[in-house]
Design a binder for this molecule. Structure first.
Ligand SMILES: NC(=O)c1ccc[n+]([C@@H]2O[C@H](COP(=O)([O-])OP(=O)(O)OC[C@H]3O[C@@H](n4cnc5c(N)ncnc54)[C@H](OP(=O)(O)O)[C@@H]3O)[C@@H](O)[C@H]2O)c1
Length: 422
């Protein structure tokens, strides 16, 4: 059988699992691809370190450019991570007419449409199934099975680290700091967790999904983003008593014309909602479209095996499609972003009432007067009040909360979150 040379950048969590699969299952993968994907060359930082498996027919180099330049390599798999030097390496491979498979969400979020155009210009392919939800085949759905649909919205839990932390805060009744420490000990959070807990990882993934779903390219810093550092154990606990679970929800919706809205925010998810039970490291993506309606993908979404599942599938597809790689959609580079006056949200607010007579009634009246309905109000001990606020434009919500902050009936606003219901 004909073989196609594969070059691999990185042999870490992802690259190591990819290499093992390519080596162990070359025959099966060859049957599926119509030609054998043969691992020829690998780049790592430390070429002297043993990787725990047999690389005897594979050239191991310290310079990733050498993999890209290797004439025996037709497909470059990038599993180094970060934007530098990964972006330049991907560009160099595409310019040389080599197809690229990558798991790199940071690169695809920042430069996906531009790199796709470069790939098309050089008759090369660019595949990135692993960049969102690892082995969950969400990119394949958007790039293939749902091409006949108009997608209205995406609702996702696409960051395992924050979901592990928020799950632990609820189930063990602990603070954010304590749950973060636990997630680190269990290997779910990095020493520097900021990409995850500040929401950037979810932003990158959401930007990629919005590109494929809506044909727009939103810059990552154009996404309405709030991380989970400020989510308190008191809010998670109070919401749990009411049947809600807090998740870092990544939401994208299409407005009229070319307008879109993307946000990543900690959100109280009501009982019966499809994302309510997606605990721990699980990922899930809900797609709402006009023909299919609502569908959900749910699964592991991270880790070496799950990510290798997507990367190796892309390699097999790339081998099969060699010569006629699928072209990714072009994207409007400057889409219209919906403003806070157009985006509708429901909310949760926990506040400390003052000793003023009728404080509770005055607070609820103030909300109604400012155009925010009260769906429910729940009294906690110590004059704390929870208000579940009805759907209203975010701008109206924010103004109403600013007003509450000035009322003498309110000592302090203790917490506020978005809320979604089934
Ligand atoms: N881990 C996951 O669960 C997961 C899930 C989805 C997507 N991803 C994405 O997959 C990519 C890889 O992640 P990972 O977790 O596998 O990372 P990792 O474990 O840190 O592995 C990185 C690998 O790249 C090599 N490397 C780094 N810089 C290099 C350079 N300049 N030249 C040559 N080799 C270099 C490292 O070599 P040494 O081994 O010698 O240090 C290591 O083998 C990232 O884009 C990540 O976002 C990861």
């Amino acid at each position: 059988m004909e073989s196609v040379g594969i070059g691999l950048l990185g042999l870490g969590t992802v690259g190591g699992a990819v290499a093992r699969r390519l080596i162990d299952e070359w025959e099966l993968l060859g049957e599926r691809a119509g030609a054998t994907p043969a691992l020829r060359c690998v780049a790592v930082r430390d070429t002297s370190r043993s990787r725990g498996f047999d690389l005897k027919n594979v050239r191991v180099v310290g310079d990733p450019q050498a993999v890209v330049a290797d004439p025996a390599v037709a497909i470059v798999v990038e599993a180094i991570g970060g934007t530098d030097p990964a972006t330049a390496l991907i560009e160099a491979a595409l310019r040389a007419g080599k197809t690229v498979v990558t798991a790199n969400k940071a690169v695809i979020a920042a430069s996906g449409p531009r790199l796709s155009a470069l790939a098309a210009e050089h008759d090369a392919g660019l595949y990135f199934e692993a960049s969102v939800g690892a082995g969950l085949p969400i990119i394949g759905l958007l790039r293939g099975s749902l091409l006949g649909d108009r997608i209205a919205a995406l609702d996702c839990v696409i960051n395992g680290t924050t979901n592990v932390i928020l799950t632990q805060m609820r189930s063990a009744g602990v603070s954010y700091e304590s749950a973060l420490g636990d997630a680190r000990r269990r290997g779910f959070a990095e020493a520097d967790p900021s990409l995850d807990v500040d929401g950037w990882d979810a932003v990158h993934k959401l930007v990629i999904l919005a590109w494929l779903a809506f044909g727009v390219h939103v810059a990552p810093d154009g996404v309405d983003r709030r991380g989970i550092r400020d989510v308190t154990g008191a809010d998670v606990g109070a919401l749990a008593q009411l049947g809600y679970r807090v998740r870092l929800l990544a939401h994208a919706e299409r407005g009229s014309g070319d307008s879109v809205h993307l946000r990543v925010r900690p959100t109280a998810v009501g009982p019966g909602h499809l994302l309510h039970d997606v605990d721990d490291a699980d990922n899930a993506v809900i797609i709402s479209s006009d023909l299919e309606g609502t569908m959900m993908l749910r699964g592991l979404g991270a880790g070496g095996s799950s990510t290798a599942s997507a990367v190796v599938s892309d390699v097999v597809t790339a081998v099969r499609e060699r010569g006629t790689p699928v072209v990714n959609p072009a994207a409007l580079t400057v889409p219209t972003m919906l403003g806070d006056a157009d985006v509708e949200v429901a909310g949760y607010v926990r506040l400390q009432l003052s000793a003023e007579p009728e404080a509770r009634a005055l607070v609820l009246q103030a909300l109604e007067d400012r155009g925010v309905a009260v769906d429910a109000a729940v009294d906690l001990t110590g004059s704390e009040l929870i208000v579940l606020t009805g759907v209203a434009p975010r701008a109206v919500h924010d103004r109403a909360l600013e007003t509450l902050d000035t009322l003498t009936s309110v000592d302090q606003i203790l917490g506020a979150l978005d809320r979604v219901e089934a």
